[in-house]
Structure formats: C-alpha cells, structure tokens
Design a protein around this ligand. Structure first.
Ligand code: HEC
Ligand code: HEC
Ligand code: HEC
Length: 184
C-alpha cells in the first residue's frame, strides 16, 4: 500500500520532469498558443532552433537573467526601438531583503534583474508600494497570482524554483540551495 503510493508519486514526478525538459523547446504547432492550421506558422523560427544554446534553469526553462547577462539577448529599450517611448527605462541596482519567510531562507528582491526588462511603472505603485516592508506579501497570495505572482509562473520563471527567490539563509532556515547538477 505504502509502496504503491511512492510509485505513484514517482510516476507523477517523472511526468512533470519529462515535461520540464521539453518546455523551452516545444514546437510552435504544439505549444497551445499558435494555430497549427494557419499557414503563417511556417514563417516563424522554431524556439528549439533559435534558443538551442541558451542557459537553462534546473527545470529546463530558459534562464533569462543569465541570457541577458551573457548577451544572448539584447532587448530593445522601447516598443519602437528608441531610447524613450513615453516611459524611460532606468536600470537600478538595489536589493531588498524580504524577511517574512518563516523557515525558508529570506527573499532577495533584486531591482537590477527587473529594471533591465521593466520600467518602475510596471510595479510602482499598482503592484507594490515603493517602501521596504510595506506590502502584505505572502506565499499564498503569490501562488494565487498577486504581487510577485503577477509575473512569476506566467511570463517569468517558475514559482517551483523556490531557491531563486529564497536565496538568503538565516538562523532558522536551512542552508542555501546548491544545484546538484548545474546545466551551465
Ligand atoms: C518587478 C517589480 C518592481 C520594479 C519594476 C521596480 N520595483 Fe521598486 N520595489 C519592488 C519591491 C517588491 C519592493 C519592496 C517592497 C516591500 O518590501 O514590500 C520595492 C521597493 C522600492 C523602494 C523602497 C526602498 C526602501 O528601502 O524602502 C523604492 C524607492 C523603489 N522600489 C524604487 C523603484 C524604482 C525607482 C524603480 C525603477 C527604476 C523600481 N523601484 C522598479 C518592486 C519593483
Ligand atoms: C518569485 C519569488 C518567490 C518564489 C519563486 C518563491 N517564493 Fe516563497 N515568498 C516570496 C516572498 C516575496 C515571500 C514574502 C516575504 C515577505 O513578505 O517578507 C515569501 C514567503 C514564503 C513563506 C513564508 C510564509 C508565507 O506563507 O508567506 C514560505 C514558507 C515560502 N515563501 C515558501 C516557498 C516555497 C516552498 C517556494 C517554492 C515552492 C517558494 N516560497 C517560492 C517569494 C517567492
Ligand atoms: C512585473 C513583473 C514582475 C513582478 C511583479 C516580479 N517579478 Fe521577479 N522577475 C521578473 C522578470 C521579467 C525577471 C527577469 C527575467 C526572468 O527571469 O524571467 C525577474 C527576475 C527575478 C529574479 C532574478 C533571479 C535570478 O536568477 O537572478 C528574482 C530573484 C525575482 N525576479 C524575484 C521576484 C520577487 C521576490 C518578486 C515579488 C516581491 C518579483 N520578482 C516580482 C518579473 C517580475
């Protein structure tokens, strides 16, 4: 009975891992976004081809932070390609340590990794009041799609790579997570 449960769990985990491996390189016709019946799909480059040597995280998703740092990508500053398009991009290197994390390591929120892609306006003041500790963030709310969950698990990296956010160990937490098999 007990073994049955373990085997079932391993099977479920196996499927999830198998899916994770192919996530980044899923064919356009099978990604659930593009219409496979539409002829125009043939003029688009397959992700598996365009992102073949991009750095990946341990779930097999593209690591966009490493991609921008290693200059694999160089995003435009605005929709039209100019420096200024109604809103200005200001890269800001300011980390906020968020400490209401119970037994998990504290969260380091890096402004830099965000302001390389986003303007201040994308977050302030609608998602976060710009004041350390002023926002009633919790993991439950994040999982329900509020605060960090507005983007993470959607357009940004998965909530299941806990260690990318919970990266600052403290007295009551475990040690920092070390990837047993770093991809790159
Ligand atoms: C991806 C979302 C996001 C973006 C984009 C962003 N911030 Fe923040 N900002 C945060 C979060 C989260 C906090 C911490 C809030 C908390 O602790 O409750 C914060 C805090 C702040 C604080 C308070 C610091 C303190 O010590 O009290 C300031 C000031 C700030 N941000 C300015 C900016 C500026 C200027 C920009 C644009 C250059 C920017 N932020 C872009 C999410 C963002
Ligand atoms: C996108 C960043 C992010 C990821 C990924 C993430 N967390 Fe969190 N987590 C937070 C933030 C932010 C808080 C609230 C910190 C604060 O307000 O001081 C938090 C709070 C928590 C808390 C404190 C209690 C609570 O319910 O709020 C626990 C426990 C927790 N996270 C566990 C996890 C686990 C387990 C994972 C992976 C399955 C995970 N987190 C992934 C950002 C993240
Ligand atoms: C408006 C969208 C948005 C919100 C809200 C947001 N993020 Fe992010 N986050 C991003 C994007 C985009 C990136 C960079 C590209 C990527 O990794 O997907 C990023 C990157 C990060 C990184 C860098 C990871 C690394 O490997 O260096 C951390 C840590 C992070 N976010 C934590 C948080 C936490 C904690 C919150 C909430 C307090 C939060 N983010 C809220 C969009 C967002």
């Amino acid at each position: 009975m007990r073994y049955g449960f373990v085997i079932l769990l391993l099977m479920v985990m196996g499927t999830t891992l198998a899916q994770a491996e192919t996530y980044a390189t899923k064919r356009l016709a099978e990604d659930g976004i593009h219409d496979p019946e539409n002829d125009a799909i043939k003029i688009l480059q397959e992700p598996g081809e365009s992102m073949i040597d991009f750095p990946m995280d341990r779930r097999g998703q593209i690591d966009w932070v490493q991609s921008i740092r290693s200059k694999k990508v160089n995003p435009r500053r605005s929709l039209n390609g100019g420096e200024y398009d109604g809103e200005i991009m200001i890269e800001t290197d300011m980390d906020i340590i968020m400490k209401r994390t119970a037994n998990m390591p504290n969260v380091r929120f890096p402004h830099l990794a965000h302001t390389e892609w986003l303007t201040c306006n994308n977050c302030h003041p609608k998602i976060f009041i710009p004041q350390a500790g002023a926002n009633p963030v919790s993991m439950e709310k994040i999982l329900k799609g509020q605060f960090c969950g507005r983007c993470h698990d959607k357009v940004s990296f998965s909530l299941w790579t806990c260690e990318r956010c919970h990266s600052v160990p403290h007295e009551k937490s475990g040690d920092a997570y070390v990837d047993p098999a770093p991809s790159k």
